[in-house]
Design a binder for this molecule. Structure first.
Ligand code: SF4
Length: 242
């Protein structure tokens, strides 16, 4: 693993209480993405607002008085594999558990993280039913096998796997949720998130009718047919499906 790699960073948060379940966390947002989702809230920031620094500089610049874990997020952090490895290694040296947020396109990096014991939690954004991926994300390559590989690698190593889907009204329907839930059924937690219309990158999406909490609940119940642990996340609350 190299050291002194220059990381491209679009943001750093010293303390969050919502990004790593049950842990206060620091978050590093790595810039760049290999998808272009219309609902992305950060697209401008992750592609234009970029600082360059080493992993040591990132850690030295953070106020880690209260954080007890590290979340590596983006953008798509796995586009900078060395950066992810170095950040995770420094976090582990501090005794911090590490969570990676990813769109599931780099199973090789996840395997390296797992083999080196550098990851505790992974959150994979499963963006759409697999035939609709290009429409929602602009991503043209096959994705299903990569996501399944990541789930398999992490489950075998005891790394907690959350899969998450942001439900886009009019572009998705319950058959997408059924297909995703059936596919990722081995994950530890499946979260269906309400789409934040106000902060969408694609302004056309502001015209979409928001999904109600009741509709989200019924999608959650559908997913629960395949996955033990399901929750829905509205813009203001999280509700487990029982
Ligand atoms: S994969 Fe994530 S960061 Fe990339 S465009 Fe989509 S929502 Fe934004």
């Amino acid at each position: 693993m190299g050291t002194g790699e220059i990381l491209k960073i679009s943001g750093i948060v010293d303390l969050s209480t919502i990004d790593y379940p049950k842990h206060a966390s620091a978050i590093v947002f790595l810039s760049g993405c290999n998808m272009k989702c219309g609902y992305c809230q950060n697209y401008e920031t992750i592609t234009t607002n970029i600082s360059e620094m080493t992993a040591e500089e990132v850690f030295n610049g953070m106020d880690l008085m209260f954080a007890e874990s590290l979340v590596i997020s983006g953008g798509e952090p796995t586009l900078q594999p060395e950066a992810v490895l170095e950040l995770a290694k420094l976090a582990k040296e501090k005794g911090f558990p590490v969570k990676l947020d990813t769109n599931g396109t780099n199973p090789d990096l996840v395997e390296k993280l797992v083999l080196n014991n550098l990851i505790n939690y992974i959150a994979i954004d499963v963006k759409a039913g697999f035939d609709n991926y290009e429409k929602i994300t602009g991503y043209k390559k096959e994705i299903k096998e990569d996501i399944l590989k990541i789930i398999d690698i992490c489950k075998k190593a005891g790394v907690f796997v959350e899969c998450r889907t942001t439900f886009i009204p009019e572009l998705m329907d319950e058959s997408d949720i059924g297909e995703i839930a059936k596919t990722v059924k081995n994950c530890d937690l499946y979260t269906i998130q309400q789409f934040d219309i106000e902060h969408a990158y694609d302004k056309e999406m502001e015209k979409l009718k928001p999904i109600s909490e009741d509709e989200l609940l019924s999608l959650g119940k559908l997913a629960k047919n395949y996955i033990e642990n399901v929750k829905i996340k509205t813009l203001s609350s999280e509700i487990p499906i029982i």
